[in-house]
Design a protein. Structure first.
Ligand code: 3PG
Length: 307
């Protein structure tokens, strides 16, 4: 009997775990759960006899893949799979998947929520500003970017996007003004919302030069990955531009320094929480379980991210 482990340092909502268990058991597989683990050792022990693994941002390292002797499939219940060692998976013939789109709306709502929070003086007394009529740049028009655009249009924002992997025609059809370069996006928009993955090309790519192109009062919103920010460049722009603001769902390594120096111009959630809604947990968790059943029973490799 195939054994499916849900290993989540940051647990899914209970209702999502119950849904995953139901799908796994109805397929005739064994269900196992490891939540809030505190060491890699615990994780390594739990994967020893599993055939399939569901994780969130949990690091599926070479160690984990090698310790999981029977592993055939790992599904990252979410979008970004920078936490999976794809090379190690491929070397062992393990199929790696994500569940694209399933938690996107939750992340998008948080991005807009943070924008409102900052525009209204962190909900302190005093005159704030409105989002209506402001220019919002979507940096990468994928699943989350599209939800952000839809909600922002509801706010009456003027939405721009840059994404070399999406055609101008597709974006224009959805009412988006297309930028030809990342520089054009940043120099045009009052707000920029980041939706790029963390990889060798994007890490530290959001740097001083790019941010300094933003108009006066520029706001960067990061619900993507902290690795894409050049942290030194961020300190530099905050120091040289007293009008610049930075909102992030992911506490950067230099969060303490930024909060101390620029208290009213930065906001960081205490723990990454973009996808922390019951709806997103259910959507992504159940999709992951169904993908595992489809793969084990029918060899369905839709959403495979390692080749
Ligand atoms: C994702 O890539 O899907 C999001 O960053 C959510 O990550 P999480 O599952 O760790 O909340």
């Amino acid at each position: 009997m195939a054994k499916v482990l849900v290993a989540t340092e940051k647990p899914f909502a209970k209702v999502a775990v119950e849904g995953i268990q139901k799908i796994v058991e109805e397929a005739g597989f064994e269900f196992a759960l490891l939540e809030k683990y505190t060491s890699e050792e615990e994780f390594l022990k739990a994967v020893a006899d599993v055939d399939a693994l569901i994780v969130r941002s949990d690091k599926v390292t070479k160690n984990v893949v090698e310790a999981a002797k029977n592993l055939k499939i790992v599904v990252r219940a979410g979008a970004g799979y920078d936490n999976l060692d794809l090379e190690a998976c491929s070397a062992k013939g393990v199929v790696a998947m994500n569940t694209p789109g399933q938690n996107s709306n939750a992340v998008a709502e948080l991005a807009l929520g943070m924008m409102v929070y900052m525009a209204r003086n962190s909900f302190h007394a005093g005159t704030g500003a409105e989002l209506r009529g402001k220019k919002l740049g979507i940096h990468a028009y994928g699943n989350v970017g599209r939800y952000v655009a839809t909600i922002a249009k509801g706010f009456g924002m003027d939405v721009y996007a840059f994404d070399p992997f999406v055609t101008a025609e597709a974006m224009e059809k959805e009412g988006i003004k297309v930028c030809q370069s990342v520089e054009e996006l940043y120099s045009t928009c009052n707000y920029v919302s980041l939706h790029i993955p963390a990889n060798d090309k994007t890490k530290k790519s959001i740097n001083f030069d790019l941010l300094s192109k933003m108009p006066k009062g520029g706001v960067l919103v990061n619900t993507a990955r902290k690795e894409v920010i050049d942290e030194e460049g961020m300190v530099k722009i905050m120091e040289s531009r007293p009008d610049f603001k930075y909102l992030s769902d992911i506490e950067p390594a230099n969060a303490a320094e930024l909060k101390e120096k620029f208290a009213d111009r930065v906001f960081f959630t205490p723990k990454k929480m973009g996808a922390e809604t019951a709806e997103a947990n259910i959507n992504a968790g159940l999709a992951a379980a169904r993908q595992i059943v489809g793969f084990i029973n029918n060899g369905d490799k839709t959403f495979q991210v390692n080749k």
